[in-house]
Design a protein around this ligand. Structure first.
Ligand SMILES: Cc1cc2nc3c(=O)[nH]c(=O)nc-3n(C[C@H](O)[C@H](O)[C@H](O)COP(=O)(O)OP(=O)(O)OC[C@H]3O[C@@H](n4cnc5c(N)ncnc54)[C@H](O)[C@@H]3O)c2cc1C
Length: 213
């Protein structure tokens, strides 16, 4: 338990023996025909035999119940990897990462992967949680600011809404000419952040996103 409603689990990959994926991708867990839940991989591609997932179990549906009930040594079937919310290393622009609570998971994988492989980061992370317990990996991002001079971290707590987060984006971003954004969380937040960035001149395609709910 990372907090009362946030659970992290490690899965050992055994059939096949390894999982190749890109940081930011997700797995699909089946719950019967046509019923699946997606979970982003929180760990990095360097660890291909053990992956970490991290879930907010507050929604209380079938996926949350599955997560809460996971037991040590339990076999888990899933399909993977999926998704195109991945960091493009050949893109020379500065990055703005924006995450809402559990939406941090794919971004955590990307940032950890970039740090682990010595990529020279030129990035800001704006990360909102309703209170500090809703900022999993906060300590890791603080540590990253010490290791990577090109990385700036802007945590934000308190009653939040998409509008407040978008206003903070508006205040943080002064120039969009050399920027690409990676935004993850609710559809409402993604829309609000995209609108704020586009109002500053960023083109729509330069806002990449992962919608969790
Ligand atoms: C590409 C992708 C990656 C995802 N990665 C993760 C991940 O790494 N960790 C994770 O916890 N979830 C992740 N999700 C969400 C996850 O797939 C489930 O939707 C979530 O676990 C809720 O499932 P549930 O069956 O418990 O609730 P459901 O019965 O599916 O949902 C109940 C209600 O809660 C809403 N809801 C779902 N999630 C949230 C939330 N976090 N906050 C507020 N409302 C919510 C739903 O829209 C719905 O209205 C991801 C979703 C997608 C599409």
């Amino acid at each position: 338990m990372l907090s009362a409603d946030i659970i992290e689990v490690d899965l050992d990959v055994n059939q096949p023996a390894e999982l190749s994926f890109e940081a930011g991708q997700w797995i699909s867990v089946p719950f019967g025909p046509k019923n699946v839940r997606a979970y982003s991989i929180a760990s990095t591609p360097l660890s291909s035999r053990r992956i970490t997932l991290c879930a907010d179990v507050a929604p209380g549906g079938i996926g949350s119940a599955w997560f809460r009930g996971l037991a040590a040594e339990q076999a888990v079937e899933f399909k993977a990897p999926f998704g195109g919310f991945v960091f493009r290393r050949d893109d020379p622009r500065r990055s703005l990462f924006v995450a809402e609570e559990i939406g941090i998971v794919p971004i955590r994988s990307m940032l950890a992967d970039l740090a682990e492989t010595g990529f020279e980061l030129r990035a800001k992370l704006l990360y909102w949680g309703r209170d500090p317990s809703w900022l999993p990996y906060h300590a890791e991002f603080l540590a990253l600011t010490r290791r990577c001079p090109g990385f700036a971290y802007h945590p934000m707590v308190g009653a939040g809404d998409a509008g407040r987060l978008a206003a903070r984006v508006d205040a943080l971003v002064t120039d969009t000419s050399d920027l690409v954004a990676y935004v993850s969380g609710s559809g409402v937040m993604i829309d609000a952040v995209r609108r704020a960035l586009m109002a500053k001149g960023l083109d729509r395609k330069s806002v990449r996103w992962e919608k969790f709910w």
